[in-house]
Design a protein around this ligand. Structure first.
Ligand code: ADP
Ligand code: MG
Length: 248
């Protein structure tokens, strides 16, 4: 079942067309790795899904509900409700520096005011345990490592019980020795059947964890397929050249 449906998504910054009518579906429980050279539109695509960018044309729906159809957005209230099904994890963590780890997790659910503080605290404790950071609940982001910050950012996204998690190069800002702990948390989520779209340069992760790889170049989806197939037998020269540079 398609949980995200994108068709003819078009986005320009002034005269620069950065997404050239791209179309793809994501099914429930998919782990989709999005790869491609810098500037190919990967972040813009991801940000468009959660309405951090306004698109110029095309249709996006999530769980059968229309976010935008033929470039026309649904009512703000609906847009808010639809985008709340998705959580986003950024390259640079975007934690609130003046809040502790625990407060970072609890802020958004407290603002939404749908559940008791006791329930929110129970969930933050559970998620901190899950990412192995129960002992750092009272620490400020400035006092923990980059890998720990990114694990906190993932837990914070999970606090809102998203149906889908989006990751934009979650390990690109980390020292190499810290990427493993973040990828492990993501791998655990995949094993728990979390639906994920992951923009990444980690080809090992794409190979091992993704069930689909989308290769983007110059604002288009050039090629997509199962990682085993795509990495072993890329059809197009552009994919071959990219993989040659990036597969170790
Ligand atoms: P990627 O994530 O694949 O590196 P991006 O989606 O960040 O690619 O960028 C795609 C293109 O859009 C690039 O040419 C980039 O310079 C341009 N771009 C991204 N954001 C903006 C912006 N806010 N204003 C103008 N151009 C932008
Ligand atoms: Mg990017």
């Amino acid at each position: 079942m398609a949980i995200i449906e994108v068709s003819n998504l078009q986005k320009s910054y002034d005269k620069l067309e950065v997404l050239k009518k791209i179309s793809f579906d994501v099914n429930k429980n998919d782990v989709v790795a999005v790869i491609g050279p810098s500037g190919s539109g990967k972040s813009t695509m991801l940000r468009s899904l959660v309405h951090l960018e306004e698109i110029n044309g095309g249709t996006i729906s999530v769980s059968g509900e229309t976010l935008v159809r033929a470039g026309v957005y649904s009512k703000p209230q609906e847009v808010k409700q639809i985008t709340s099904k998705m959580g986003m994890v950024f390259q640079h963590f975007n934690l609130f520096p003046h809040l502790t780890v625990k407060e970072n997790l609890e802020l958004a659910p407290r603002m939404v005011k749908k559940e008791s503080f006791a329930d929110i605290q129970a969930r933050s404790a559970e998620l901190l345990e899950k990412i192995g950071l129960s002992d750092r609940a009272a620490a400020y982001p400035g006092k923990i490592s980059g890998g720990q910050k990114q694990r906190v950012a993932i837990a914070r996204a999970l606090m809102m019980n998203p149906e889908i998690l989006l990751f934009d190069e979650p390990t690109s800002a980390l020292d190499p020795e810290l990427t493993g702990e973040v990828l492990q948390v993501m791998k655990n989520l995949a094993e728990e059947q979390m639906t994920m779209i992951v923009v990444t340069h980690e080809m090992g992760f794409a190979k091992e964890v993704a069930n689909r790889v989308i290769f983007m170049d110059n604002g288009e989806i050039i090629e997509s397929g199962h990682p085993t197939e795509l990495f072993a037998n890329p059809r197009l020269d552009r994919t071959k050249a990219f993989l040659k540079r990036n597969l170790k």
